[in-house]
Design a protein around this ligand. Structure first.
Ligand code: PEP
Ligand code: MG
Length: 371
């Protein structure tokens, strides 16, 4: 663990008195969450639940779910994942001890989980009790030409609502348990990814609320929770006023938003963006530092529209740019409530948020910042 005492702590306290924007972290594992707390994170702004399923038994259960031939098969696989997910969330809630925790519903491009290599196919066929030809057929049926623009995010949730049901159940049961162990109320924030249509959110929200009612009935404990969405597609940004009617919070996903505003694949950008920067066609890689003129303008439009519908809607950002000082200055100016970044960027984000506030001249007598 890094030492965060002494002059470092003094500087950070000074910064914290100046800033008005909160700093949360993107975290999936207990060690990331703990490191982020040590660095002063004020909650989790993004838990990418798909990242909890890349290894061992978990990737097997995930493959079983994705490759199942029907809902019954998917539910059987999801039932295996439920206790693991519940335990994951309990731990995150306990580490964050009453601070906000935003958990995002499953958002993987399916290809990330499908077996590709020959030995992987063989192992999966054996595990699932399928012959290799049938497995190949099922894998092929799920292949997409553009997985990042394909069957992911809330589109998965709508095709397979049982995923939403199991994840919501895990979240609510974990919130009850962590509330008991920490003695602090846990109010989970459930985030729906890749929304572009208000009705996508309505569909998923109805499922989440039904599970909340069910868990309340079973446990006799009232569950408070928030439901929000990522704003990471241009359509969602321009329809932010309508989507805000159904959302308690928004988090700007500047990775996907940059990809879709520019039409540049976030996975392939490395091949030419460095040339663009070298040739002075763009100043900075927009996947690292927010493109203020394009992506930024869209964010401003969305902020304005969202606040017109719901003045106190909570607005944050959780893309890579959330930990970049120049981007943080822009997000502060755009009026976001928080940035969420990787644990090791939390201190720099606290400083950058303070600098932004000082630049805006929002410091009041006594050094207290005001919104
Ligand atoms: C984003 O798109 O900015 C985001 C935070 O989500 P992900 O990187 O997981 O797509
Ligand atoms: Mg995204």
């Amino acid at each position: 663990r890094p030492s965060l005492d002494g002059d470092f702590a003094t500087l950070m306290e000074f910064a914290d008195r100046a800033r008005h924007m909160k700093v949360r972290t993107n975290a999936e594992t207990p060690s990331e969450a703990r490191a982020a707390r040590d660095f002063g994170a004020e909650g989790i702004g993004l838990t990418r639940t798909e990242h909890m399923f890349f290894e061992g038994d978990r990737v097997r259960a995930m493959r079983e779910m994705i490759l199942a031939s029907d809902e019954k098969g998917r539910r059987a696989a999801l039932d295996k994942l439920l206790p693991m997910q519940r335990a994951d969330f309990v731990e995150l809630f306990e580490i964050m001890a009453g601070l906000p925790v935003t958990i995002r519903l499953l958002d993987p491009p399916l290809h990330e989980f499908l077996p590709q290599a020959e030995h992987d196919l063989e192992e999966t066929a054996e595990f699932l009790g399928l012959d290799i030809a049938t497995l190949r057929q099922r894998v092929e049926a799920l292949q997409e030409f553009n997985p990042m623009l394909g069957h992911r995010g809330c589109r998965l949730a709508i095709s397979y609502p049982e995923i939403v049901e199991i994840q919501s159940r895990a979240i609510f049961e974990a919130a009850i348990e962590a509330g008991r162990t920490t003695g602090k109320a846990v109010i989970p924030e459930i985030m729906v990814p890749l929304v572009s249509l208000r009705r996508e959110l309505d569909f998923v929200k109805a499922r989440i609320e039904a599970v909340a009612a069910e868990v309340t009935r079973e446990s006799d404990i009232r569950i408070d929770f928030l439901i929000g969405t990522m704003i990471e597609l241009p359509r969602a940004a321009v329809r932010a006023d309508t989507i805000a009617e159904a959302a308690d919070f928004f988090s700007f996903g500047t990775n996907d938003l940059t990809q879709t505003v520019f039409g540049i694949s976030r996975d392939d950008a490395g091949t030419f963006l460095s040339t663009y920067v070298r040739e002075g066609i763009i100043e900075r890689d927009p996947f690292q530092s927010v493109d203020v003129e394009g992506v930024g303008e869209l964010i401003q439009i969305a902020v304005e529209k969202a606040r017109r519908t719901k003045p106190h809607i909570e607005l944050g950002v959780c893309g890579e740019q959330g930990g970049d000082p120049a981007s943080i200055a822009f997000f502060a100016e755009a009026g976001l409530d928080y940035v969420s970044c990787s644990p090791f960027r939390v201190p720099i984000a606290r400083l950058a948020a303070a600098q932004a506030a000082i630049r805006e001249g929002r410091i009041l007598r006594g050094g207290r910042a005001r919104r």
